[in-house]
Write a protein that binds this ligand. Sequence first.
Ligand SMILES: CC(C)(COP(=O)(O)OP(=O)(O)OC[C@H]1O[C@@H](n2cnc3c(N)ncnc32)[C@H](O)[C@@H]1OP(=O)(O)O)[C@@H](O)C(=O)NCCC(=O)NCCS
Length: 154
Amino acid sequence: MNSINVRPAEENDAKDIFTWHNDEVTRKMSHSMNTVDWDPHLKWYISALSNPNSCLLICYLTKTEEKVGIVRFTVENNLALTSINIAPNMRGQGLAKLCLSNSISFFRRKYIKITELEAEIKSTNWASRRAFEDVGFVLNHTKDDVGYFTLYLS
Ligand SMILES: CC(C)(COP(=O)(O)OP(=O)(O)OC[C@H]1O[C@@H](n2cnc3c(N)ncnc32)[C@H](O)[C@@H]1OP(=O)(O)O)[C@@H](O)C(=O)NCCC(=O)NCCS
């Protein structure tokens, strides 16, 4: 069985995150379907790395250290919007739920005041929905083909 580790994203992850972000399936499952150019991406990424309200975590295989994907938490008051992007060559192996559960544990240790995680998932994104539900997210409501999921942290 695969084992996943988590670490904060670093500057030299910028290229991988850029590639995963612009992947066709990723764009289809995101709110904004547009791809992003390198320069604005890098600008956004560097600023996100130093933003205390943004927590970007890289998940990687314990055995080989190969990168599996990114889990991102965007903090707003007492809650954090949670999103995931698995590298295209790592999809379909059940790794998303491992990445989510390890990332949530990592995040909780650092952001102890956050009481609620939220996720917005397109209704057609069954794999994502399954992964988020597997780690405890519950559907709150649906609007315009997007499901709004919540996980309360106790
Ligand atoms: C969506 C994503 C995170 C899923 O990660 P993954 O590791 O590839 O997920 P898997 O393919 O292993 O599927 C996860 C679960 O959903 C199930 N599943 C997959 N497709 C399904 C479908 N069409 N209907 C029902 N269940 C499905 C799988 O069987 C699996 O269940 P299991 O863990 O009980 O076996 C990943 O594909 C990804 O990064 N996609 C692009 C970006 C994205 O959509 N991010 C989420 C935005 S909310």
